[in-house]
Design a protein around this ligand. Structure first.
Ligand code: SF4
Ligand SMILES: [Zn+2]
Length: 320
C-alpha cells in the first residue's frame, strides 16, 4: 500500500505544515528556556554547560520529524533581541564554563540571528571556553568564520545528520545529502571548528531492528566525519506529521531496548563522546518496574562514558 506521505518535495512541505499543532506565543526579547547541566568534556571532566534556547525566526526547512518550530517566531528576529536574551539568561543562571546557544534552527541563518548582532553576542560569551551553536550544513560558511573569529573560546557546530539511510534521509525532507554533510564536516575541521552530530534513533519508516542497524551506521559515519560528540535523539511524536504516520504504522518511538543498544554500540566504539537525549524519555511511560532505573542508568552512562551493568527487572526481564 503506498504511503500517505507525498513523494515530492513541494507537496511534502505542505503536507507537513498542514498537520502542525499550534505554535507557542513567544516574546522575541526572552529566551524560551535556559539551564546549566554538567556534560563530560573531551578531557574526561564533568564541565558545567549553560544552554540557552534562543527565541528566533523559524528555520527555512520543513523536516518531517521537526518539532523545534513550535518555539520559534514567524517574523524576522528583531535586531538586538538575541544579545538581550543572552543577558536575561546569564543573569539568572549559575556560572558555567561552556555555553550552547541553541536556536531551533541554524545559528548562521541571518533571518534567525541577525549578523549585525554577532559582535554583541560574542562579547556576552567571551568568558566561555567553548561556544556551541547549531547549523544545517548548507548554512555553514563565511558567517561561521566571522563568528569564530570574534570568539575567545573554541567554536563547536552541531549538525543534524539524522540518519545515513539515504532513502529515509531524503524522505525526512531536510534537503541534505550525506556528501554535503561530510563536505561541511571536512570544511569545519580545516577551519578548526569542532563538530557535534545529532543522530535520530528510529526515524519514521523503520522497524525496531532496522532502527538499531541505522543508528549504528550513523554513529560510524559521524565519527568518520570527525565528530567529537555524537548525540543520540530518540525520535518523538507530537509535531502532527509524525502522529499521522504513527496512526498508519509508519512511525513509532523507539523501544527502550533499542535506545540502550544504540548507546552501548556508540560507547563501545571509543571514537568520541556519545550522549543520549533523555529529556523526552523522562516524560514517557514504560515498565513500572524498571523505566526510571533504566533512564538513570543512561544518565550515568552519559556522565561517565562507560557501559554500565544492565538493569534487572522481574516485571519485564530488564534491558541490555
Ligand atoms: S533543519 Fe533542523 S530546525 Fe530546521 S526543520 Fe529541519 S530539523 Fe527542524
Ligand atoms: Zn521492567
Amino acid at each position: 500500500m503506498p504511503s500517505i506521505y507525498p513523494a515530492s518535495g513541494a507537496r511534502r512541505n505542505k503536507w507537513i505544515v498542514e498537520r502542525r499543532p499550534q505554535r507557542a506565543a513567544l516574546d522575541p526579547w526572552r529566551p524560551y528556556a535556559f539551564c546549566v547541566e554538567d556534560e563530560r568534556s573531551a578531557s574526561g571532566q564533568a564541565v558545567p554547560v549553560a544552554t540557552i534556547f534562543l527565541t528566533n525566526r523559524e528555520c527555512p526547512w520543513r523536516c518531517l520529524m521537526c518539532d523545534l518550530w513550535r518555539n520559534t517566531l514567524v517574523e524576522e528576529t528583531p535586531a538586538g533581541a538575541i544579545p538581550a536574551q543572552i543577558d536575561y539568561a546569564l543573569a539568572r543562571l549559575p556560572r558555567a564554563r561552556q555555553i550552547k546557544l541553541y536556536n531551533s534552527g541554524s545559528f548562521f541563518d541571518c533571518h534567525a540571528i541577525p549578523v549585525a548582532d554577532y559582535p554583541a553576542i560574542s562579547r556576552r560569551v567571551q568568558s566561555f571556553e567553548r561556544v556551541v551553536v547549531e547549523s544545517h550544513p548548507a548554512l555553514a560558511g563565511e558567517r561561521t568564520l566571522n563568528f569564530r573569529d570574534l570568539l575567545d573560546g573554541r567554536l563547536e557546530v552541531a549538525m543534524g545528520l539524522e540518519t545515513v539511510h539515504t532513502d529515509t534521509l531524503s524522505r525526512l525532507n531536510k534537503g541534505m545529502t550525506l556528501e554535503q554533510f561530510s563536505a561541511t564536516a571536512e570544511w569545519l575541521r580545516k577551519n578548526e571548528i569542532d563538530l557535534r552530530v545529532f543522530i535520530l534513533i528510529k526515524p519514521p519508516f523503520m522497524d525496531e531492528m532496522e532502527a538499531l542497524v541505522w543508528a549504528e551506521r550513523s554513529l560510524d559515519f559521524a565519527f568518520d566525519c570527525g565528530a567529537t560528540v555524537a548525540s543520540l535523539i530518540p525520535t518523538r511524536g507530537g509535531n502532527g506529521a509524525l502522529d499521522e504516520l504513527q496512526k498508519i504504522g509508519e512511525f513509532s518511538p523507539p523501544r527502550m531496548e533499542t535506545i540502550e543498544a544504540a548507546v552501548i554500540y556508540g560507547l563501545g566504539l571509543k571514537r568520541g563522546r556519545v550522549f543520549v537525549d533523555l529529556w523526552d524519555l523522562r516524560k514517557s511511560s514504560g515498565c513500572m518496574g524498571c523505566h526510571a532505573a533504566r533512564i538513570s542508568r543512561l544518565g550515568e552512562m552519559n556522565r561517565r562514558q562507560l557501559i554500565l551493568p544492565s538493569v534487572s527487572c522481574d516485571q519485564c526481564g530488564g534491558g541490555g
